[in-house]
Design a protein around this ligand. Structure first.
Ligand code: ADP
Ligand code: SF4
Ligand code: MG
Length: 369
């Protein structure tokens, strides 16, 4: 597929999903949720994954993170993390990827936090769970911090010694893990991180909790951070603060961020590129400016006409006619054809491929190419 030919992107790609097809087995029949997802994430970028509710954004993220529910069946495809196919990897590699290469933050932190363990402890426990894996990142982070603080010469020498010979007792690593967790809480700009370390999830506001979840994800030093509707439940002001935090973090962390949202305004605010999803397919991918200035896919055009945009004067907001298809019996051919104002004969028979319509701008629609 043409996504794999991407003009100048090849060397900067960290994650690539190709032809990912996935069904859910249910009593009502197989739900054909992912219909051949094509996606790549560049190093250091924020990629927006956008589409209406139910189009498969979360399922795509869960597949990448290896967190799919029991009734999911992957029919085909590859998920390549730095070239390594996670769908075919050995158990130990998959465990490592889940623990330290791909991290996910969800809309509702309360579901994922343990209510009876202090927030900071939940972070330090992650790194304590695999001392070997996390020794280096923990010490490097602390060394980095101590170079900007007044932490003593002796302390630095000790850290350097541990880094060099890898020798540290469980108890001592526990202490370092706590300092590391505090450092992560500081990174996400939580005020008074030493105090927040000992607080319980219910003692934090929604916005603080989401920051803590981001800290917990960053503690793994992931290459990919999947953020699934993380601001959806927050009020507008707090939402803006979290989005600002993501933008700031982007330059400080070594991870690419996939920001999943149904809200194009959020995409416009923080993303570098955007992938538009419809009924289990990626239908358009481009730089954010390009998507807003020159949308190609009829679905993307419809989405843009349904939102308020400061850059466009319009009399009325249009909504896309029809409704999201049932995925037990999805429409044949282009899954958008029953709702598409431009549909023609071929659209209900054949499925369009994602093609590069202009440099780094991909679309799957028979009107192009
Ligand atoms: N465990 C499951 N069993 C059956 N169907 C599911 C399951 N999880 C999700 N789905 C279905 O998969 C589709 C995509 O869901 P999801 O990825 O959560 O959408 P989005 O995140 O874009 O709103 C929906 O039709 C949803 O009902
Ligand atoms: S392929 Fe046909 S139905 Fe699908 S978006 Fe393009 S014109 Fe519309
Ligand atoms: Mg979702």
């Amino acid at each position: 597929m043409s996504l794999t030919q991407g003009s100048e992107d090849r060397n900067r790609v960290v994650l690539r999903v190709s032809n990912l097809k996935l069904n859910f087995h249910t009593y009502g029949g197989d739900v054909k949720v992912l219909d051949g997802i094509e996606l790549y994430v560049r190093k250091g970028e924020i990629l927006g994954l956008v589409g209406e509710s139910g189009c498969g954004k979360s399922v795509t993220a869960l597949a990448i993170a290896g967190l799919l529910p029991q009734n999911a069946e992957i029919l085909s495809g590859e998920i390549l993390l730095e070239g390594k196919n996670l769908l075919a990897a050995k158990k130990e590699e998959i465990r490592k990827a889940r623990l330290s290469e791909i991290a996910m933050v969800f809309q509702d932190p309360m579901t994922y936090l343990n209510p009876v363990i202090p927030i900071g402890k939940q972070i330090s426990e992650i790194v304590e769970s695999d001392r070997q894996l996390f020794l280096k990142p923990v010490i490097e982070e602390l060394l980095n911090e101590s170079s900007t603080s007044r932490a003593g010469y002796v302390e630095r020498k000790k850290l350097e010694r541990i880094l060099k010979d890898g020798n540290v007792s469980k108890r001592e690593f526990g202490k370092l893990a706590k300092l590391y967790a505090i450092s992560m809480l500081r990174k996400v700009r939580l005020p008074d991180p030493e105090r927040v370390y000992s607080m319980y999830p219910f003692e934090l506001s929604g916005g603080m909790r989401q920051r803590a979840m981001i800290a917990m994800a960053l503690a793994r030093k992931p290459k990919i951070l999947l953020a699934d509707e993380i601001t959806t439940a927050l009020d507008v002001t707090v939402q803006a603060q979290i989005l600002k935090l993501l933008r700031e973090l982007k330059d400080q962390i070594d991870a690419s961020i996939v920001l999943i949202t149904h809200d194009l305004a959020v995409v416009a605010e923080v993303c570098d590129r955007v992938a538009v999803m419809y009924a289990g397919n990626i239908v358009e991918v481009a730089d954010v400016e390009r998507i807003f200035s020159n949308p190609l896919h009829p679905y993307t055009k419809g989405l843009l006409e349904s939102i308020i945009r400061p850059d466009v004067v319009k009399d009325e907001l249009k909504s896309i006619r029809g409704s999201v298809p049932n995925l037990i019996n999805p429409p044949p051919g282009c899954r958008f054809h029953p709702r598409c104002p431009f549909a023609f004969g071929r659209c209900s028979i054949e499925k369009p491929n994602l093609i590069e319509a202009e440099p780094n701008h991909y679309v799957s629609c028979f009107l192009y190419g």
